[in-house]
Design a protein around this ligand. Sequence first.
Ligand SMILES: [Ca+2]
Length: 290
Amino acid sequence: MKQVLTIVLLFTTLTVFSQVGINTTTPSDASVIDVHSTSDGIHFGGMLPPRVTLAERDLIPVTAADEGMLVYVLNPPNSQLQIWDGTAWQTLFPQSIEFSAVLAAWDVLGVGGFGPSPFNASESSASVTVGGLTRGSGLTTSGGGSANSWGADGWESGLPNESQANSIATGKFVTFTVMPNFGVNVSLTTIEHYNIRRSGTGPTTGIWQYSINGTDFSDIGAPIIWGGDTSATGNPQAAIDLSGIADLQNLTSTTTVTFRIVNWDASGAGGTWYINNINGNDLIVRGNLR
Ligand SMILES: [Ca+2]
């Protein structure tokens, strides 16, 4: 009778505190399953979570009760471990791997005749999709264009006065876009120092703007007086700090950022304005990735 009781208690205990060890006979008391990489110290392995494509992931009939479910989403080059938080799939990325990177850069060395529009980035991060430098609808390329520079002529608005608003209304601006790729968190930090060349009748003044919906633009800083050097030396411009702009932090693939440089106060239709060649890349957008 005593032996039978002992056996019953043992089974009860196993039912309540059952643990599974893989490659170990002594699973941790804190675990229900304890997976060791090796049992012999020679052969090692990892643990594979279910691997699915994005489309396959979306076939998983998750509900709020499935909070905590893990899958590895195959979506090169941004494949990633994701967890279901009860409402949405979230990417698992440790904060510690945040790093600063060049997101997009253009080198105008060798560009002539004002350059193509769009002018694709010379270099870009695999974490973002970049839309090339594009001339606004009101700009022209009727002159020959200076060597080693990208830009336009035709900056005069044709309206009674030259102003930021009139240049926006008449397409006297250049744009480019930056969009984080799927699964990446991007915070824009800096537009590095650059150089502007203009002719004597080209626009004297401009301003950087951004938009996160492609329609509504906000100014970045104050208007900039580009400078009077009309030679190939051009006019050095200070770097622009983007890190304090809340709209440009912690972006995901749902947001396309459009940058725009609006120029005004040109005094002749043939007046030119260019992003000018300096050593290495000539327009560089940096950001933090995680
Ligand atoms: Ca250059």
